[in-house]
Write a protein that binds this ligand. Structure first.
Ligand SMILES: C[S@@+](CC[C@H](N)C(=O)[O-])C[C@H]1O[C@@H](n2cnc3c(N)ncnc32)[C@H](O)[C@@H]1O
Length: 291
């Protein structure tokens, strides 16, 4: 097939600058499915072009066919990861879907904190954490309830397939625009203001950062850890997965979730498949493991 068959060609394709065909798109989609479980519908073809064009230019390649050959070769292993990074969606916000933080504060955290004060081990996991806003929102919610959290065996884990977003999460440095949902009280308590020429940026304070570990983890592969986790946030991640892959992920979460543990999912996601027998709805896109 020729590039004319690809939907909504970008201006670059019109110039014929980089050759891109339906077959190339299908190869890229197959690689992304194999590596990350992410399904790319044909409607995403122009997006694939626009996100990868600069990679091709950096590599001085003229066609996506050459690019596919390269990422599928032994020498192309690191470019394959670059490709995945370029194609994943990393959008996230502090206190996104705020009802989950309200739920955490009112229904979930009081008993977790009580158990932690008794010396029990508590673990919370943000799976598909992107640049850390989700896990830091959890940390701030908890620290607001228990400033001495670090004294307890209470740890937060943030994982993602993309090492670049994890690096940003570890650094915990956010632009002023990103801080829109963070209250003034939380800004001054949990962030250090760093003045810049136009706007300040904000760095999460070491006492918040030290509660969180950022680790690379591909949800498309068996989990390297056994848990148990008391709470898992996996929001706006499986929405990009193929159905069977999505159900496999729910089952794996079910396995590592402690009895009575909670799973929070994104606004357009629902637990389905075998895990739905034990993960029961207990609020808006919130599930509790029976037992
Ligand atoms: C849209 S962001 C969601 C961030 C956050 N959970 C939220 O709701 O704000 C999706 C994240 O999932 C990650 N992701 C995609 N596929 C993944 C996989 N197979 N394993 C782990 N993380 C994955 C992406 O890299 C991206 O950072």
């Amino acid at each position: 097939m020729t590039s004319a068959a690809v939907q909504t060609p970008s201006p670059q394709q019109g110039n014929g600058e980089l050759q891109y065909t339906d077959a190339d798109f299908r190869r890229i989609a197959a690689i992304l499915m194999e590596d990350a479980g992410i399904a790319l519908p044909a409607s995403k073809s122009p997006l694939v072009y626009s996100r990868l064009a600069k990679r091709l230019r950096a590599l001085r390649l003229k066609s996506f066919k050459e690019y596919c050959n390269f990422v599928q070769s032994d020498e192309g292993t690191s470019e394959r990861r670059e490709m995945m990074t370029a194609l994943t969606t990393n959008v996230t916000h502090f206190f996104r879907e705020p009802h989950h933080y309200e739920e955490l504060k009112t229904r979930v955290a009081p008993s977790l904190l009580e158990r932690a004060r008794r010396g029990e081990r508590i673990r919370i996991w943000s799976a598909g954490s992107s640049t850390g806003q989700e896990i830091y929102s959890v940390a701030m919610t908890l620290l607001d309830m228990e400033p001495e959290l670090a004294k307890y065996d209470f740890k937060l884990l943030a994982t993602d397939i993309d090492p670049k977003v994890l690096e940003k999460g570890r650094e915990g440095l956010y632009s002023n625009a990103v801080m829109a949902n963070v209250s003034d009280a939380f800004r001054s308590r949990f962030f250090k203001k760093i003045d810049g020429p136009i706007e300040p940026s904000w760095q999460i304070r070491p006492e918040v950062r030290s509660l969180v570990s950022f680790k690379e983890l591909n949800l498309h592969r068996p989990f390297p850890m056994r848990g148990p986790f008391d709470v898992i946030f996996c929001r706006n991640v499986v929405i990009y997965f193929e159905k069977s892959m999505e159900e496999a992920v729910w089952s794996r979460f079910n396995t590592v979730l402690a009895p009575g543990g909670y799973l929070f999912v994104g606004h357009s996601e629902r637990v389905s498949g075998p895990a739905a027998n034990t993960l029961r709805t207990c609020g808006v896109t919130a599930y509790k493991k029976q037992g």
